[in-house]
Ligand binder design. Structure first.
Ligand SMILES: Nc1ccn([C@H]2C[C@H](O)[C@@H](COP(=O)(O)OP(=O)(O)OP(=O)(O)O)O2)c(=O)n1
Length: 155
């Protein structure tokens, strides 16, 4: 069953890659979007399987996951350190630097998702609720083009 699951994830991944390669336009031609898969729940489950298979749940308490996540955030910061401002799309970065960034951002996400799971936060739904609150706090009509914090608006 484990092998079948792994195979299934691999095939899904390969099909996605193939799809991307077939339909990819140059980044200048289209707006950037993510692939629809894997979902956050897919990521939660894959990391839960990874942790179970290694008997690592005993190390993955919320505080340890938080520290691990912050460590990975530090690794992301290292990639940007001393470069000055970096333009959208990272035009001056090499392929290998981009791949490194993809790895480190993924580490952050993986730990974030597992942290949310172990804290029993349903992350996809929590994000919807939080974004609804953000829209209420920062009505587009009121804050358009301004980056002031909500406490600085005096109506
Ligand atoms: N106890 C652990 C160790 C690792 N991982 C997984 C989640 C992360 O995605 C990745 C982190 O691995 P490392 O701790 O080896 O960190 P890096 O991959 O960043 O390696 P390095 O620190 O050498 O850059 O592996 C995990 O879930 N639990």
């Amino acid at each position: 069953l484990e092998q079948a699951k792994e195979k299934y994830e691999q095939v899904k991944f390969d099909m996605n890659m193939l799809n991307n390669m077939t339909h990819r336009k140059s980044s200048r031609q289209r707006r950037f979007t993510f692939s629809p898969e894997p979902s956050i729940e897919d990521i939660r489950r894959m990391q839960a399987d990874f942790t179970d298979e290694r008997d690592w749940n005993k190390f993955h308490q919320p505080r340890n996951l938080l520290l691990a996540m912050v460590g990975e955030v530090g690794e992301v910061a290292e990639l940007f350190q001393w470069r000055g401002e970096v333009a959208e799309g990272l035009p001056d970065w090499t392929e290998s630097e981009r791949e490194q960034l993809a790895h480190e951002l993924s580490d952050v996400l993986i730990y974030l998702v597992e942290l949310a799971e172990k804290c029993r936060v349903d992350l996809p739904q929590a994000v919807l609720r939080k974004m609804a609150l953000n829209r209420l706090k920062y009505p587009a009509s009121k804050v358009h083009g301004s980056a002031k914090k909500y406490t600085e608006y005096k109506d």
